[in-house]
Design a protein around this ligand. Structure first.
Ligand code: K2U
Ligand code: ZN
Length: 167
């Protein structure tokens, strides 16, 4: 397994729309393993392939306290979305920035697992937030885009300044 490089906002590659996975083969299974290792090391509770510059529809999530409940979503689709809730969000691609985002409170999602089998999941609370956040990444959308233009400008300038200082 390998640690992958997480690209940071406002890198334009984060706005690439991911393509459906054609076959859950050894290459995809290695990508899942590398993404999981990268997520745990970050640490984060979710990671989309877009964030490691792979533009295919693959997401890994683990919201467990024990970091031992890895969930893999390949070619995820939301079948049902209900309610509305506001949650503090962060993002491994936008380090140090946290803000409140409104999303569906409950979702039903269908996807392929790491063995290529179709499954359906009902999710709420943090799992629902994380799945929606990661699925946004696959659509080329970063959570800061839900914030005001002024906040987005300030975040972009802050991260560009940080990048200049660390080069
Ligand atoms: O996409 C990512 O960078 C992974 C996020 C997943 C996440 C986003 C919003 C709300 C919950 C999870 C990272 O795990 S950011 C770190 C984090 C962890 C728990 C709560 C908030 C942020
Ligand atoms: Zn994110």
């Amino acid at each position: 397994m390998s640690l992958l490089n997480i690209i940071h906002y406002p890198d334009k590659r984060l706005h690439t729309v991911a393509k459906p996975v054609v076959a859950v083969d050894a290459r995809i299974q290695k990508l899942v393993a590398d993404m999981a290792q990268t997520m745990y090391a970050a640490p984060g509770i979710g990671l989309a392939a877009t964030q490691v510059d792979v533009h295919e529809q693959v997401i890994v999530i683990d919201i467990s306290e024990t970091r031992s409940d890895l969930r893999v979503f390949i070619n995820p689709q939301i079948l049902k979305a209900e309610g509305s809730s506001v949650h503090e969000e962060g993002c491994l691609s936008v380090p140090g920035i946290y803000d409140r985002v409104t999303r569906a409170e409950r979702i039903t999602v269908s996807a392929l697992n790491a063995e290529g089998e179709t499954f359906t999941l009902d999710a709420d609370e943090l799992l629902a937030v994380c799945i929606q956040h990661e699925m946004d990444h696959l659509k080329g959308k970063v959570f800061v885009e839900y914030l005001s233009p002024l906040k987005q400008t300030r975040i972009r300038n802050k991260l560009k300044k940080h990048l200049r200082e660390t080069m």
